[in-house]
Design a protein around this ligand. Structure first.
Ligand code: 5GP
Length: 195
């Protein structure tokens, strides 16, 4: 597959931690079987309800560094004290299945994907308000890094205009439908251009 072909099948859902990206994408996956949701690698410890290979691949910093050196990481970011990255293997797996690839990653990661694949579609998910975002971040029990995450979130939100689409995660169902419609619009346009 050429870079352009990969880019056209690549969607990035980004936005600050706590804005609900994972919930939106899990709901979308329940109603669409043509998307492949990339599972990232991270050096952060699993949260109570998280599972290896479902939410993340949990690896050590040493393993992460080795993967970077071996060229196995497509994009990565150092966020709130930990590494997070998308493996090339994960992208290849989704594409081999003929699926539409969706990466749920932070704002820096989204820009890195854009540099690698200019045809990728970047969607920014906004929280309904800063207060709601703070409540969601605090509700995760990450008391030690709420303030750090809020500081990063405010800087990230300032970047929303640089994305192809912005969605507000106010009503979950509406948001999922809007994201699904964006994917259809982009894929239909790409298919028409191929014909
Ligand atoms: P959390 O610790 O809340 O699971 O994730 C922290 C931030 O890292 C979130 O904004 C999440 O979307 C982002 N993230 C998760 N996986 C990746 C990845 O593979 N690459 C990048 N750049 N960011 C990621």
């Amino acid at each position: 597959m050429t870079k352009n072909e990969v880019g056209k099948r690549l969607f990035v859902l980004s936005g600050p931690s706590g804005c609900g990206k994972d919930t939106v994408i899990k709901c979308l996956k329940m109603v669409r079987d043509d998307i492949f949701l990339s599972v990232s690698c991270t050096t952060r410890a699993p949260r109570e309800n998280e599972r290896e290979g479902v939410d993340y691949y949990y690896i050590t910093s040493e393993q992460f560094r080795q993967m970077i050196e071996a060229g196995e990481i497509l994009e990565y970011n150092f966020y709130a004290g930990n590494y997070y990255g998308t493996s090339r293997q994960e992208l290849d797996r989704g594409l081999a299945e003929g699926k539409i690839m969706v990466l749920v990653i932070d704002v820096n990661g989204a820009h890195n994907v854009r540099r690698l694949y200019p045809d990728a579609t970047l969607v920014f998910l906004l929280p309904p308000s800063i207060d709601v975002l703070r409540q969601r971040i605090a509700g995760r029990g990450l008391t030690n890094d709420v303030e750090e995450r809020m500081k990063i979130a405010i800087a990230e939100i300032a970047d929303a205009d640089n994305f192809d689409y912005q969605l507000v995660n106010d009503d979950l169902e509406t948001c999922v439908n809007e994201l699904s419609a964006i994917i259809d619009t982009v894929m239909n346009k790409a298919n028409q251009m191929e014909e």
